[in-house]
Structures are given as C-alpha cells and as structure tokens.
Write a protein that binds this ligand. Structure first.
Ligand code: DQA
Length: 144
C-alpha cells in the first residue's frame, strides 16, 4: 500500500516555529518517524511539503493512480480552502486529515476545518502521534 503524506504551509519550519504549540521536532525528524512507522506497518510512505495552495491541489491530483491513501496536514488552509476540500472530494483516494495541535481548543478561526469535511476522518492534537495514528487509520480504511 502506497501512502502519500502532504505537509502544508509553514510546516517546513517545524522545530523552530512556535515550539510551544507545534513541538520541537523538525519536519525531517517527523518524516523519518513516518518512514519507520510505515515500514513496521508494511506501508510505502512518501512525504512532501508544499507552502502553496495550488501546489497542494496539484499533489492531490497527481496522487491518482499512484497512491492508495493520503495523509494531509493542510496547515491554515484547513480553515478556509474550499479549493483543497474540492480536490480531496474529487480524487477518489481516501484522505485522513491531521493536525499537530488540537485545533478544537485554539483560536476561534482555527476551530473549523472545511477540508476535514471532505476527508475520511481527522486526527488533531497529538503532535507527531497524530501522523502516526493517521498511518494506522489509512491501513484500517483499506482493511489491512
Ligand atoms: C496546524 C494547525 C493550523 O491551524 C496551523 O495554521 C498550522 C498547523 C497543526 O498541525 O496543528 O499551520 O495544521
């Protein structure tokens, strides 16, 4: 099973960006942990990061026929990008949304995710573990 992990805007700065909210691990460390967990679960995991909304949409489109599932952290786009939500709804691949922080307990503008509504499910608030749980979730979705 091939899984594409898409990290959205500003997540390239993890480790130095507001560590009190997002933790002290860098994106490279998160990607290594995902690769390790993927191997244990028998998943082929590839991770990419894009700051631009259009780049995320292009990555979602390009995943058709290439990946069996997607783990997506849309960053702030989660809160207002109907274009990403439309892309998720259009590609016919299950997408699990993740957030490092618990968006439900943050500022009012972060409490809604318009993209999560188009996803198979969402996991929020567990730091790196949000991503690791998402790998298990996509495996469940595919009945493995
Ligand atoms: C985030 C939450 C978003 O509100 C924020 O804009 C991010 C990171 C998270 O992983 O907790 O960039 O998606």
């Amino acid at each position: 099973m091939r899984v594409l992990v898409i990290h959205g805007p500003n997540l390239n700065l993890l480790g130095e960006r507001q560590p009190e909210i997002y933790g002290s691990q860098s994106l490279a460390e998160i990607d290594s942990a995902l690769a390790r967990e993927g191997r244990e679960l028998g998943l082929e995991v590839r991770c990419v990061q894009h700051n631009g909304e259009g780049h995320i949409i292009d990555a979602l489109h390009a995943a058709r026929g290439e990946y069996d599932a997607i783990v997506l952290n849309p960053g702030a786009y989660a809160h207002y990008s109907h274009a990403i939500a439309d892309a998720v709804a259009s590609i016919g691949i299950p997408v699990v949304e993740v957030h490092l922080s618990n968006i439900a307990s943050r500022e009012p503008h972060r409490r809604v995710s318009v993209t999560a509504a188009a996803c198979a499910g969402s996991i929020s608030g567990f730091g790196l573990s949000s991503y690791l749980m998402a790998l298990r979730a996509v495996r469940e979705i595919h009945g493995k």
